[in-house]
Design a protein around this ligand. Structure first.
Ligand code: GDP
Ligand code: MN
Length: 376
């Protein structure tokens, strides 16, 4: 889950990473009021979940209230990379002496966190990585042990000659690590981190939290703007379903992640494309199955639905009950291929007699073939 800049800044404030004072506004008038509160030159920034806002005209300075209102109006009417600007951040502008780059990223291939620092900031890090990889400082730490103090000192002495800034950078990075760990982040990026007078200030924030830990940080991000998230994935999260939208036409509803993967594979084997990964998990209550159906049907690409249930950790009759309830409330004109096997299979088949339009199959391969055929 990607946070907007102002949401990331709130976490920065909470964890002692220095930022300039600022507030969010949705109208030019609000921006004017915030200017009055700050009463210094402000920077007005479009709050959209994409980078390169500066170049797109989404970041402007304002020296007076009138100017703040005018610039806010301009930015609020922009579309940046196809996304309309609905919110702006109005913050005290930092005087920038130098721009730097600092980030922590989870590197899954190494089971470690990558620390990256660059003596220039405000530029695309990917470009620097391509053109001048030697100018990037990198180091790794084990997330369970944390960053060792010597690692922080090494990085800080590489970045700065001045003791004063070295010390500030050590503290700031230490706080970043704490935020990274406690908020289950997979990316924390400050680009640019700036020297402003004798301060180090985070002028931008990019924060991505690990979706797998959603239940742990739900409270941390209370009030988060969810308008840029995939709605189906949000509903799935809320009901304890694992859902990932894909581009195919066959909607899959499966219990267990392994079986869900296998189902996608076998659909591909027979020449089809899955529309999603959807694991309804064990102990599948009828309620969960109903939600799963709603999610599947809200994807307009889906042309066939394939239920592949192995009643080991879940009971087939529970899934069947869920299907009956779901079809009572949801209108579904799509063909539904069903393979149910395992615990309480016979009970389930009895229950499903209420739904004469289902297409029962006896194996996973048969189901996949049938679904692919129906799509054609
Ligand atoms: P991005 O382009 O979406 O990554 O947005 P950033 O927040 O990184 O801002 C882009 C650029 O705008 C920065 O590199 C700065 O040069 C400039 N900028 C942003 N905030 C300030 C500020 O408070 N003061 C000044 N002087 N420039 C700023
Ligand atoms: Mn930036």
């Amino acid at each position: 889950m990607k946070l907007l800049e102002y949401e990331g800044r709130r976490l920065f404030e909470k964890y002692g990473i220095p930022v300039k004072k600022g507030k969010v506004a949705e109208t030019p008038e609000e921006a004017g009021k915030i200017f009055e509160e700050i009463n210094k030159t402000v920077v007005i920034k479009a709050q959209v979940p994409v980078g390169g806002r500066g170049k797109a005209g989404g970041i402007k300075l304002a020296k007076t209230k009138e100017e703040a209102i005018q610039k806010a109006k301009e930015i609020l009417s922009l579309k940046i990379k196809g996304i309309s600007v609905k919110k702006i951040l109005v913050a005290e502008a930092a005087e920038i002496n130098r721009e730097l780059y600092l980030s922590l990223t989870l590197d899954r291939s190494k089971n470690k966190v990558l620390i990256m620092a660059i003596k220039e900031g405000g530029v695309e890090v990917e470009e620097i990585a391509k053109e001048r990889p030697e100018s990037i400082y990198t180091d790794y730490y084990d997330p369970l042990r944390g960053i060792a103090p010597y690692q922080l000192r090494n990085m800080a002495t590489w970045m700065f000659e001045e003791k004063e800034f070295q010390k500030k950078l050590v503290n700031l990075t230490y706080n970043m690590e704490k935020l990274f760990k406690e908020c289950h982040a997979s990316l924390l990026e400050i680009n640019p981190l700036v020297i402003s007078g004798n301060e180090l200030i985070a002028v931008d924030s990019k924060v991505i939290l690990d979706d797998n830990a959603y239940f742990k940080y739900q409270n941390i991000i209370e009030g988060k703007d969810l308008s840029y998230e995939d709605k189906k994935e949000l509903v799935a999260k809320e009901y304890g379903l694992s859902y990932v939208k894909l581009d195919g036409l066959i909607g899959c509803c499966v219990n267990g992640a392994g079986l869900a993967m296998a189902t996608m594979d076998i659909i591909k084997k027979y020449g089809g494309e899955p529309a999603n990964f959807l694991d309804i998990g064990g102990s599948s209550s009828p309620e969960k199955v109903k939600k799963a159906m709603e999610i599947l049907l809200s994807d307009k690409n889906v042309k066939v639905i394939f239920f592949n249930i192995f009643g080991g950790i879940t009971r087939c009759d529970d899934v069947a009950k869920g299907m009956v309830e779901a079809f009572k409330e949801i209108k579904c004109d799509l063909p539904v291929v069903v393979r149910l096997t395992g615990t309480n299979e016979n009970k389930a088949k009895e229950i499903l007699k209420e739904l004469p339009n289902l297409i029962p199959v006896s194996s996973m391969a048969e189901g996949a073939q049938k679904a692919v055929e129906l799509v054609r």
